[in-house]
Ligand binder design. Structure first.
Ligand code: KG4
Ligand code: ZN
Length: 410
């Protein structure tokens, strides 16, 4: 098994308010919602003692996407060694833990079940509390974990853009009276997630899976204004006769994203410009390499392909940016968080950071190690729940479509 230790630049420092009931606040986090088997030990939601991730990219790459049955099988194979490695690297034993936290959804049912079953058995055998964590809340806590030492930096309410392969959501996050967090879902995609569009566009251009990092690496080599992609305002996606999305509790309509249109536009552009044969040849050439690198892909791309890649990324980032900052203004956000796999994207980070500076809005991104799926974010999100004694019981089950927070648009 191949796994990596993803240590981020963690803020170290213990919470001044020690609570005897939370022990030393050592939480083992377990994450298995998609194609990473991950375990991490985090102390008091802010000090990462270990962060182990076993990626299944090599297993799924030849299929061009995650194959759910293979994902479950790989999780089964990896979960025990990954958890042991997390404890060993943290230098703690199972008995030192104060709680076991696990992702209970959203995600692939069979994949989630592996983590849940393991976490439940561990909690039962050790007599430790079990804490269920929503994967999307985990992504938000990836940033809160790394900014915990400067808590006042991200003023509430925080508008969090969670942008990954499975999700494109906006949440307004506020502290609750008990020191925990409350979320209001104020935006979502009506079709594909942004990361899904990156993956699909990469695939149709013959680039490996997952496509986001490849597009990120190649985009600076193309002209981002070469192909003018337009994002229509998303108003018409509702079924005929269906009611308009209801305004939420603040009377503001939700922010709607849509990324299937741009994927189709890229496909049409590639077809009408005769790019299919070159894409297929590129796919074959890269598949023949044992470990293809960005330089290999670059050598196989002509100027037109690089321009298309750059224009696609520029348009997607521009759409995410415009809608997120408009929502921040409309909802009086005190700061911003951008998190999830797509938050690793360099153009996204630099444009969001520049815009935030112009608007004097504090902004937080996860370190690259915590942008994509990991278990440190799950253990961090569990800390306020441990303090509030928000425990799950043995009936905990996988919820593939688990939602986060309240929403006026349901
Ligand atoms: O958060 P994540 O690991 O898993 C989900 O919860 O979905 O996100 C994976 C997604 C994939 O779609 C991948 O292509 C995208 O994040 N991604 C990127 C980059 N790195 C990963 N997209 C754009 N630029 C990147 N550098
Ligand atoms: Zn994720």
């Amino acid at each position: 098994m191949e796994y990596v230790s993803r240590q981020a630049e963690t803020a170290v420092g213990l919470d001044a308010v020690a609570e005897a009931s939370s022990g030393s606040g050592l939480i083992l986090g377990i994450e298995s919602s998609c194609d990473e088997t991950a375990a991490a030990v985090v102390r008091r939601g802010r000090e990462t003692l270990s962060n182990i991730v076993a990626s299944q990219i090599a297993t799924h790459a030849k299929f061009g996407g995650v194959v759910p049955e293979l994902a479950s099988r790989e999780h089964l194979r990896n979960i025990v060694p990954v958890a042991r490695a997390a404890l060993a690297q943290a230098g703690v034993g199972f008995r030192d833990l104060d709680a076991i936290a696990v992702t209970s959804g959203p995600g692939l049912a069979g994949a989630l079940l592996v983590g849940i079953t393991y976490a439940k058995s561990l909690a039962y055998a050790l007599g430790k509390p079990l804490i269920a964590v929503n994967h999307l809340e985990g992504h938000i806590h990836a940033v809160l974990l790394e900014t915990a030492a400067q808590e006042s930096r991200l003023a509430t309410p925080i508008l969090a853009l969670v942008v990954s392969g499975g999700h494109t959501h906006l949440y307004l996050a506020n502290r609750d009276a008990g020191g925990g967090w409350r979320y209001e879902n104020v935006g979502r995609t009506v079709d594909d997630a942004a990361g899904e569009a990156f993956d699909k566009v990469a695939k149709l251009l013959g680039l490996p899976y997952p496509g986001g990092p490849w597009i990120d690496a190649l985009a600076p080599r193309g002209n981002a204004t070469a192909v003018p992609f337009a994002f229509a305002q998303v108003k018409t996606k509702r079924k005929r006769g269906a009611a308009a999305p209801a305004p939420d509790e603040d009377g503001i309509p939700p922010t709607l994203f849509s990324f299937s249109g741009i994927k189709t536009a890229v496909l049409r552009y590639a077809e009408t410009h005769g790019m299919r044969a070159a894409s297929e040849a590129r796919q074959r050439a890269l598949a023949a390499l044992p470990a293809p690198k960005a330089a290999d892909a670059l050598a196989l791309c002509d100027g037109q392909t690089l321009d298309l890649i750059a224009s696609f990324q520029h348009a997607v980032v521009g759409d995410l940016l415009g809608k997120t900052f408009r929502a921040a203004l409309a909802r009086g956000a005190g700061s911003l968080i951008v998190t999830g796999g797509v938050a690793a994207n360099r153009e996204l980070r630099s444009r969001f950071a520049a815009e935030a500076q112009i608007r004097r809005l504090p902004i937080g991104f996860p370190s690259l190690a915590l942008a994509t799926d990991n278990a440190a974010m799950i253990a961090a999100a569990a800390w306020p729940k441990l303090r509030a004694r928000g425990f799950a019981d043995s009936s905990l089950n996988a919820d593939p479509s688990l939602r986060l927070g309240s929403s006026g648009d349901r």
